[in-house]
Design a binder for this molecule. Structure first.
Ligand SMILES: NC(=O)c1ccc[n+]([C@@H]2O[C@H](COP(=O)([O-])OP(=O)(O)OC[C@H]3O[C@@H](n4cnc5c(N)ncnc54)[C@H](O)[C@@H]3O)[C@@H](O)[C@H]2O)c1
Ligand SMILES: O=C(O)C(=O)C[C@@H](O)[C@H](O)[C@H](O)COP(=O)(O)O
Ligand SMILES: [Zn+2]
Length: 366
């Protein structure tokens, strides 16, 4: 078992990563002050529920927790305001009070949604992240919680840190291959923004990761969470440094919104977005390998690097104007300067961005 800390003063919390942790969930919950006297609501999705809900909930109930659970449809469309309202209704029906906790059992969709319920219910109650996807090594850490608006991704949300993150690597063995690759997108991102050696490791070990090799996965998720925890610990609310975690997201979020949340998985959209950011890096004078290595490691991880033809460039450009990185009338982008290093560029010429989005349709999968 590996352990990390997100260091945020009185809001600090641990991330536990290991095999079989769900079977001991109650021990961790007790250790971190989750109340047995108030009801606890587990929020999960239909696919995760099939595999994990019953055993997880009974383990907690047997240890004396007053559990209730609710299952949302699997997929990005559950991150909506209407779903938030129905979950608040459920929380009220289950009698959740200010000492209750909400438990997010699932991937990033469940984590973001359940986290936002916890942030807004009674103006904020405790929550626990129990990630079950590779991608959720990113979403479960850092306290960004949100739902989507049809025009913009994650635009209704809050910062609300969990009490703990309990990451049971065994749960990942049931992930479909497309979700494995999508999750690797954010793992690779953590290498590209912070740690060139780790980016190279991701490329060398791509096959093992795609095959869900337990040792490789454990290491990759530990490294990814370490980068995330280090960045968030320095800048919880994205005043400056934290923005680097958005590599590939200005274009990526626009693609998700234009496609209608679901056609492209988040990790896939971010993969295409990171190729766009690498191209932007070249315009600012970065060495060629920023582009070639980015593209190669993503492709080796089973990810798309080309924008499908049917995407409308005007619509993508419009959607980018609603991104949180568009502010004071200028486009702000995270731009790689070398592998493992990025810079935040404001005032990026809109024409450059348009040209890059057009070029993305012509990329060749290496
Ligand atoms: N808050 C953050 O900092 C942050 C960071 C990155 C991404 N995100 C958000 O995370 C979301 C994407 O997360 P995701 O990729 O985990 O998607 P997801 O939660 O939709 O999970 C992907 C799919 O895998 C299924 N699944 C989950 N666990 C499984 C398991 N163990 N076995 C089999 N199937 C399983 C789910 O039902 C779903 O169909 C996006 O909404 C994105 O915006 C948030
Ligand atoms: O935690 C962060 O900060 C990130 O940027 C992580 C991203 O992977 C994640 O997709 C996040 O939700 C994007 O942030 P947003 O503020 O643009 O919604
Ligand atoms: Zn992301």
């Amino acid at each position: 078992m590996r352990e990390l800390t997100v260091d945020l003063g009185e809001r600090s919390y641990p991330i536990y990563i290991g095999e079989g942790l769900l079977k001991e969930a109650s021990t961790y919950f007790i250790k971190h002050g989750i109340s047995k006297k108030s009801p606890l609501l587990i929020i999960t999705d239909s696919r995760v529920a099939e595999y994990h809900l019953e055993s997880f909930e009974s383990e907690l109930a047997e240890a004396g927790f007053q559990t209730a659970s609710v299952i949302v449809p699997s997929g990005e469309s559950s991150k909506s305001l209407s779903m938030l309202e129905s979950l608040v209704t459920k929380a009220l029906e289950c009698g959740l009070d200010r000492k209750s906790a909400i438990v997010a059992l699932g991937g990033g969709v469940v984590g973001d949604l359940a986290g936002f319920v916890a942030a807004s219910y009674m103006r904020g109650i405790k929550f626990v992240q129990v990630p079950t996807t590779i991608l959720a090594h990113d979403s479960s850490v850092g306290g960004k919680v949100a739902v989507n608006h049809p025009l913009a991704k994650n635009i209704i949300g809050a910062f609300h840190q969990p009490e703990l993150v309990l990451y049971d690597l065994n749960t990942l063995q049931t992930l479909p291959p497309r979700e494995v690759s999508a999750g690797l997108s954010e793992v690779v991102k953590h290498g590209l923004i912070w740690d060139a050696e780790f980016a190279a490791w991701c490329e060398e070990n791509a096959e093992k990761l795609l095959a869900l090799d337990a040792e490789a996965l454990g290491y990759a998720l530990y490294k990814g969470c370490s980068v995330k925890a280090a960045v968030v610990s320095k800048d919880e609310r994205e005043n400056d440094l934290r923005a680097i975690l958005n590599l590939g997201h200005t274009i990526g979020h626009a693609l998700e919104a234009v496609a209608g949340y679901g056609e492209l998985l988040h990790g896939e959209a971010i993969s295409i977005g990171m190729v766009g950011s690498a191209r932007l890096g070249l315009r600012y004078g970065a060495p060629e390998d920023v582009y070639t290595v980015t593209k190669r490691v993503l492709a080796k991880s089973g990810l798309p690097v080309r924008l499908p033809d049917h995407f409308d460039v005007d619509k993508i450009m419009d959607a980018m104007m609603h991104d949180k990185k568009f502010s004071e009338g200028t486009m702000v982008f995270v731009v790689p300067t070398e592998i493992g290093k990025v810079e935040i560029k404001s005032d990026v010429p809109v024409q450059w961005v348009r040209e890059i989005v057009e070029q993305l349709k012509l990329e060749v999968q290496p």
